[in-house]
Each structure stands twice: as C-alpha cells, then as structure tokens.
Design a protein around this ligand. Sequence first.
Ligand code: AHG
Ligand code: MN
Ligand code: MN
Length: 344
Amino acid sequence: MTTSADFGKTHSGITLSRYLKERSGSAQLPAPLLHLLAEVAHACKRISHAVNQGALAGVLGSAGSENVQGEVQKTLDILANDILIQAHEWGGHLAAMGSEEMDNILPIPKHYPQGNYLLMFDPLDGSSNIEVNVSIGTIFSVLQKTTSASTEVSVEDFLQAGSKQVAAGYCVYGPQTTLVLTLGQGVAMFTLDRDQGEFVLTQDQVQIPADTKEFAINMSNMRHWDAPVKRYVDECLQGKEGIRGKDFNMRWIASMVADVHRILMRGGIFMYPWDKREPGKPGKLRLMYEANPMSWLVEQAGGAATNGKQRILDIQPAHLHERVSVILGSKNEVERVTTYHTKA
Ligand code: AHG
Ligand code: MN
Ligand code: MN
C-alpha cells in the first residue's frame, strides 16, 4: 500500500512494458491483452503530447459537430478518438471498439487481423476543461467477445456487466501524465517519463481510505437532487455541529478522471447522481466507458461504487451509451449514501 507519506520517495524504475511482461501469460494477462494494453498506453502518449501542445498545435476549441448524445464535440475529443482508433484497428487483438464519440460500435475492418477483445473508451474526459488548462483524461474498459470467432461482432457483445471487464483504467493529463490500470489484482499507477518515453510504475496496490472528509459533487445542481443525496450533502455541510461531527471539504474539478484520481490518491466521495433536470435519464455519466472502468478501479483500491441502489458493476447494460447515477469512493461514505437511498 502506498500512502501520501510515500510521495517523493524514489520509484522502482519498473516501466509499464516490464510490469506487463512480468504478468504475461498469467490468467489475468494473456499475451493478446498485453499487446492491447501496450497499444492503449501508446495512444495515451500521443494524446498527452497533443494536450500539452494545446494552442501551439491548434487543437483547442470546438469541432463544430455533436456526438450521439447531443454534446458539442471539441477538436481534441475527435483527435483523441482518431488516435485510439488508429492505434488499435490493425493490431489484431480486437473484434470491435466503442466510444463516447461514435454513435455505433466500430468492428475491426475485415482486411485487418481480428481478435476477440472489445475496447470501449471515453477518448477525452472533461472536455469543458480543455481550453482552461485543467486536467483531462482518457478512460478505457476492455471486455471479451464471448460468441465464437466466426460470429459477426454486434453491439450485443458489448452489453456485459462491468464485473466482466478484463482490464480497465484511465490516463490523466495533468501536471503529470499518469496511467492508472487494473487487471483485477489491485490498482497500479504509472507516470509518463518524457525523457525515456515510457510510463514508469510510481504507485502499486493503491488503497482508498474507508473514511473521508472530502466530497465531490456539482453543487449548482442541488435544487434538482433527490432527497437522499440532499440529506447526505446537508449533513456534510453541517460539519462539526451536525450529526457527522466533523468538518468536510469540497472539490469539483468537472473532469471525472481528475476527481477519481484524487480519490484514489487520498480518499473522498464522488457523486454525479440522477437529478430532476432530465428525469427520464438515469444520470449524466455513461455506464460502459465512464462508470464501469472507474467503479472497478475504485473497488480494486478498496472503495465502493453504486448507483444509490445497487453495485454499478452488477448493472446489466441495455444500450451502448447508457447513462447511470454514480456514487463512488471511500467505502463507508458510499455505503452511507446508498443506505439513505435504500432504507429511507
Ligand atoms: P465528457 O467530457 O467526457 O463529456 O465528460 C464530462 C463529465 C465528467 O468528466 C465530469 O465529472 C462531468 O461531466 C462534469 O459535469 P458538469 O459540467 O455537469 O459538472
Ligand atoms: Mn467523460
Ligand atoms: Mn469525453
């Protein structure tokens, strides 16, 4: 376990390539999955470079188009999506890809070698922060196609619960570029060393403290929340004088990658709950390429993730771009909010 007290200490020098090679051939990491993850890392390096260049490379601003969810696409949303597609389409490890920025799944073209993994991504998370030089990131989730190799890949192949993920993670482009990965045996963090051009292991077996005094939610939506979320946040705001008996701090970066990264580093609770603005939608965040990979990482670090009623990783998706209410982070806090929903 690494704690904040360990920051600044000498790192192991183990590169992501070596970390993956050491686990290669195990049940958790068959060779094709290793190569697939190396390609994800390569794509993230390219995206990191574009993000760092910003205005110098003319990559800021709107692309003048909308995605299937009706959100304005930024130039970097599309660039990051293209980089991920290029990195993966000819590698031979995938059957298909799915992305926040693509209406439908993208089967690997027939003239390229085929694999049996399915890759989902949010190419650029935190789009509203691109121009203002605040941390953004890429989120990814890997599933396996369970139908036979001869069966044409379809969207149904993707509609698996998050508990079926075989690898997941994100890369945060902040003061450092850090790739965070789980294969189901804990969470490891790799910082990009630009001198070597390699991701280097800087924290292993990350653990989220079970208790916290820090919450993350977009407070401007308070009037739209449901009673259990309002109750939880009200109790935090009462501080020492209230039933929690302690003062809470608040953070909201508006990039899920950056908010989740903070929680993995020092604990906390993150909520993007259902609210009354669009009552027909279960939430704002997307289940398959935002909530599922982040929930698995958080659970692997000893935290919890629910939609207020059930474990996110147990939700059976019905749609590729399905939305979900998200409550994740320090275990005891997530359990408290969930209890407010289920035992009200
Ligand atoms: P994306 O940029 O991929 O559309 O995701 C943005 C998400 C998430 O990163 C963040 O937590 C949330 O939207 C912020 O939403 P608000 O602007 O409503 O706070
Ligand atoms: Mn996102
Ligand atoms: Mn995005």
